[in-house]
Design a protein around this ligand. Structure first.
Ligand code: ADP
Length: 556
């Protein structure tokens, strides 16, 4: 059981800056972590997706080119299946066929020729003079005899112009013949060079040896590509190249029955530009969210601070009002106790005065009467002194911090008090033990007052023990305070009294033995030094008074 005489209401605010820091870190940290991790994951995902998209586009483009060739091969196959060689060997017929084909395929063909099994041109229609040419030795002619359909690589041929031919073999019971067309290179190139590759990208075709089949920024048609060395693979293969200090993204796909490789190259920076843009806006969004959190936190904290300030002010006003009413009540009690205490000696003085008056009237020369008169005067004197003692204590209770505080080594007043009180204690067989921790820091007290406080506490303890017991006085350091403990193994204080023992005139001692001012004076003094005094007690076992004094930080 314990009571704290200081009962301060120390509701302290967290400093606003620390509150802001705490709030910001608990909200920004997870948001930041979430933002950064999603930014990184989102970035990786976007990169992956952009490469996948690039691959899909390249794959689609390769298929479109393949389809372009296939369509034309199929058209030629259809033509050749539907005719005999005799029907096709006249120039007007070939002209009609070419016109018809170019109408259907948007000028896809340059010329057309019918060739017999010996490689001799039976008929030709086109801008070159090739009628008399024999193709027996030409590579395309030898291949188409074996494979029926042949799409050549780019070659110069008799016309000395790079071109691609498609040749289809017509198998007839009496032998075979060939239909051969030249593809419109410009149209073919325009199909290969798509415009989805931005400013740095290009698409071109190389053959198995790495020779350009369409023009490229790195070389003209039929030249060997300086950068690409074709290796067979399925699907689309992605890789990176360093060209003149620039990293290029390259995707390749085989087409035309794996005879050509479509190559798509683009600066990596351009490929990744949409990713960077998305990441930039993502980062902007996260930063905006963080800014909103910071602004909201600052506004909310400011509002909270103002509200807490208002609440604190209200609390202080209520507390002040309460303390004022408690003080008034205390003063009321004080006045009652004072009147009661002063009345007794005054009644005695009054009685003694009547006595003196009677005695003076019958004085004469009676010696015995004279002695009685003197006794009466002494009694008056004693009661007046008692009144003086009561008023002195009241004055001490009322005085706060009037005496000069000094940084004091506690051992000195403690030893002095124990020396003073030892005799009284010994008379009642009560042991007075003093234990002072070595190297105890200095504390700010008024030495004489401290001795008075200790005398009061020891007196109360002696009274509580009566006979045979122990009073232990200890001084020790605890954190930034010095504690003085006065412990006794006396009768203890009942719980209902414990809250009141520091009140002026509260006493349980018989009339004439206690004024009830001792502890209230102790309370007043300890508080005037900036300390606190508390009591703990167990009925029948004893009481401990604890004085807490802040450690003096200034040197002696
Ligand atoms: P007084 O000693 O004149 O009664 P105090 O203010 O010193 O006045 O003490 C108030 C009351 O507190 C005492 O009457 C007593 O009941 C109680 N008290 C104080 N000290 C002790 C103690 N060590 N043990 C038991 N009761 C105590």
């Amino acid at each position: 059981m314990a009571t704290d005489s200081s009962s301060r209401n120390d509701l302290r605010l967290i400093p606003p800056r620390r509150l802001v820091a705490v709030l910001l870190s608990v909200s920004l940290l997870p948001l930041g972590l979430l933002g950064v991790s999603s930014w990184v994951i989102f970035g990786r995902l976007l990169n992956q997706k952009s490469l996948e998209l690039q691959s899909t586009i390249v794959e689609g483009h390769a298929k479109a080119i393949d389809l372009y060739i296939e369509e034309r091969v199929r058209a030629l196959g259809f033509l050749i299946d539907a005719r005999t060689v005799e029907e096709s060997t006249s120039e007007p017929v070939l002209k009609g066929i070419l016109t018809h084909l170019n109408r259907s395929y948007e000028d896809a063909f340059v010329d057309i020729g019918i060739i017999d099994s010996e490689g001799k041109h039976l008929a030709y229609f086109g801008p070159y003079d090739l009628k008399i040419r024999n193709y027996r030795e030409a590579e395309w002619f030898q291949t188409v005899q074996k494979e029926r359909i042949y799409v050549s690589d780019v070659f110069l041929g008799y016309r000395r112009v790079p071109h691609v031919v498609i040749a289809v073999r017509a198998d007839r019971p009496g032998g075979f013949w060939f239909l051969r067309v030249t593809i419109n290179s410009e149209q073919f190139e325009s199909i290969v060079h798509t415009d989805y590759l931005g400013t740095t990208g290009e698409a071109f075709i190389v053959n198995r040896q790495g020779r350009f089949q369409t023009g490229s920024r790195t070389g003209p048609v039929m030249e060997m590509s300086p950068l690409v060395s074709p290796a067979w693979h399925t699907g689309v293969r992605n890789s990176r190249l360093e060209v003149g200090g620039v990293t290029k993204f390259q995707a390749t796909s085989w087409l035309n029955n794996d005879r050509w490789m479509l190559v798509v190259q683009q600066d990596e920076i351009e490929v990744r530009q949409p990713v960077h843009e998305a990441m930039f806006y993502g980062g902007l969004l996260i930063s905006a969210a963080m800014l909103v959190v910071v602004v909201t936190t600052l506004l909310a904290t400011g509002y909270l601070e103002r509200e807490i300030g208002r609440a604190n002010k209200r609390r202080e006003e209520i507390q002040t009002a309460f303390m004022r009413s408690a003080q008034l009540a205390s003063i009321g009690e004080l006045a009652t106790g004072f009147a009661h205490e002063i009345n007794n000696p005054l009644a005695i003085i009054s009685a003694e005065q009547t006595n003196i008056k009677d005695l003076v009237e019958g004085l004469g020369s009676d010696e015995a009467l004279g002695r009685e008169l003197l006794d009466s005067v002494r009694r008056c004197e004693k009661q007046v002194k008692r009144c003086g003692g009561i008023t002195l204590k009241m004055l001490q209770f009322g005085r706060r911090g009037a005496s000069e505080l000094r940084a004091v080594k506690l051992i000195v007043p403690l030893e002095e008090t124990v020396r003073l009180m030892r005799k009284q204690a010994e008379l009642r067989s009560i042991q007075l033990i003093l234990e002072v921790e070595a190297e105890l820091p200095l504390v700010q007290v008024v030495s004489v007052e401290l001795e008075q406080v200790l005398v009061n506490l020891i007196n109360n303890a002696l009274h509580a023990i009566k006979q045979d017991g122990e009073i232990r006085i200890e001084a020790l350091r605890k954190l930034d305070e010095v504690l003085i403990l006065v412990q006794d193994n006396g009768c203890g204080i009942p719980a209902e009294h414990l809250d009141r023992i520091f009140e002026p005139f509260f006493t349980t001692k018989p009339v004439g033995q206690g004024t009830g001012l001792g502890l209230s004076v102790c309370y007043g003094m300890v508080h005037s030094w900036g300390g606190r005094i508390t009591a703990e007690s167990t009925l029948g076992q004893g009481t401990t008074f604890t004085i807490r004094l802040p450690i003096n930080s200034t040197p002696d």
